[in-house]
Design a protein around this ligand. Structure first.
Ligand SMILES: Nc1ncnc2c1ncn2[C@@H]1O[C@H](COP(=O)(O)OP(=O)(O)OP(=O)(O)O)[C@@H](O)[C@H]1O
Length: 264
């Protein structure tokens, strides 16, 4: 069996003496899609921020996070080495696209920047690649789009730009934290579809966080359920949907509108 892409063992997050996340174990294989669901405040976001070395000041992570091809624990990497992993091996899409984008820089420069920073595309080819990436994420008129600023775009268009940046260097892992929650219902399904098709196109595994079981079920092979800072249930999507064990999972299932997306 090939080694997992990501191995998280005993991950904990604390704010001083306050434990916010405890004992999270998680493995993600190459190309696998793993979802984390749970109610607001259950620790989903802190778990994925900890994995990416992005915890806010004052919070500390314990345990270990290993990634194939990186010879040290991600939790103990220097900021410089972590920055080399983020954007190159790991792409990220968060809930609010505006916070991920620089309001003073054109869309084209921001997409170009991630390739220039990691030197994944020869300088002369960057502009062409930016146009391709914008077209691939379904943005209309890429020639005009490269010259636009984030505030000139709709929420859905901004999230497409964030996705183009996150996948520009064909990372091994795409982390998505509630990527469609802030979007209009009408564009949510389209952005989800894009996350699915574009991550598959670059062979990226996906760690997908949502409070919405239906959304996670439509995308993921495996699901972890978090409650009060812990993983209370984990299994294949089918297992979790058809034979939920924990009360909290049963509640999430009852709340989810699975009739709409199941099997889609
Ligand atoms: N910077 C912080 N300092 C102290 N506590 C925090 C901090 N950030 C989050 N928390 C607390 O940690 C717990 C887990 O938060 P987290 O954001 O991971 O939950 P979540 O499951 O992602 O929720 P949501 O779906 O609302 O985003 C919550 O009780 C939250 O209040």
């Amino acid at each position: 069996m090939t080694a997992p892409l990501l191995t998280v063992a005993g991950l904990g997050v604390a704010a001083g003496r306050d434990t916010l996340v405890r004992e999270v174990d998680l493995e993600i294989a190459r190309n696998e899609r793993v979802g984390i669901i749970g109610a607001s405040g259950s620790g989903k976001t802190l778990t994925c921020l900890a994995l990416a070395g992005l915890l806010p000041d004052g919070l500390t992570a314990t345990g270990s996070v290993r990634m194939a091809g990186v010879d040290a624990d991600l939790l103990h990497l220097s900021e410089r080495r972590l920055a080399a992993v983020r954007g190159l091996r790991v792409g990220m899409v968060f809930q609010e696209p505006m916070t991920a984008l620089n309001p003073t820089m054109t869309v084209g420069r921001q997409v170009a920047e991630v390739m220039l920073r990691h030197r994944t595309v020869p300088r002369r080819q960057v502009r062409g690649r930016v146009l391709e990436l914008l077209a691939e994420t379904g943005l209309p008129d890429p020639d005009r789009m490269v010259r636009s600023y984030p505030h000139q775009l709709s929420g859905g268009q901004r999230q497409r730009v964030v996705l183009a940046i996150a996948l520009a260097n064909a990372p091994d892992l795409l982390i998505c934290d509630e990527p469609t929650t802030a979007l209009d219902v009408t564009v949510q399904a389209r952005v989800l579809e894009l996350i699915s098709s574009r991550s598959a196109a670059v062979d990226a595994a996906v760690l997908f966080i949502s409070h919405d079981l239906a959304v996670v079920a439509s995308l993921c092979d495996r699901i972890l359920v978090m409650f009060d800072g812990r993983v209370v249930e984990a299994g294949s999507t089918v297992q979790v949907l058809t034979a939920p064990q924990h009360e909290h999972t049963k509640q999430l299932l009852a709340d989810a509108d699975l009739t709409v997306r199941e099997g889609s």
